[in-house]
Design a protein around this ligand. Sequence first.
Ligand code: GRF
Length: 220
Amino acid sequence: MGSELLKVGVLVSGRGSNLQAIIDASERREIHARVVVVISDKEDAYALERARKHGIEALFIDPRAYPGREDHERAVGDELEKRGAGLICLAGYMRVLSSYFVKRFYGRIINIHPALLPSFPGLHGQLQALEYGVKISGCTVHFVDEDVDHGPIIIQAAVPVLADDDEDTLSARILEYEHKIYPRAVQLFAQGRLKIQGRRVKVERGIFPPWAVTNPSLED
Ligand code: GRF
């Protein structure tokens, strides 16, 4: 692997558990990628501390220090480019990216969302699923386009909703799978196996599971 590692920049605003999953997979050499910089729009984001603990450069770039959204995004983009980031992962980044940023990096920005898109985009995807009454929700990693939680889908995990779930229990069950599918998506990208074809992402040499999930089970 050595010199071939894909350089990844991660944008965060908070806790950073998905960032941690990517760092851990990288350190275990499960993915041909390493995080070269973590950038937050919140000074106190715990994700910044996680990065520093692993010797990864952690930057707070304050949106309030710039006259407009694009100016802030230009600064973020410049820092990413300076470090040669070939992939930008949004991991709990709470800002909507402008078309300026999306166009600058299109096809190299991915995001994770805690629902099976296109259902329940936006904030509180897990609670939206719960309130709607779906029996299966999950999580999605997708390329970022100019609409929120909308771009071409790379990988999804289906997670059952249980009768006595509340937002916290469902979020925790989904999060476990977020931590599996995000590093997986990074690896597929690093291997050059993702081809965007309109709305669809072709996964080269992808192995498809020969099963479907039902909830409740077909068996008792
Ligand atoms: C995750 O649920 C992710 O799907 C959503 O924001 C949350 C971030 O959590 N986009 P963390 O900061 O990675 O722990």
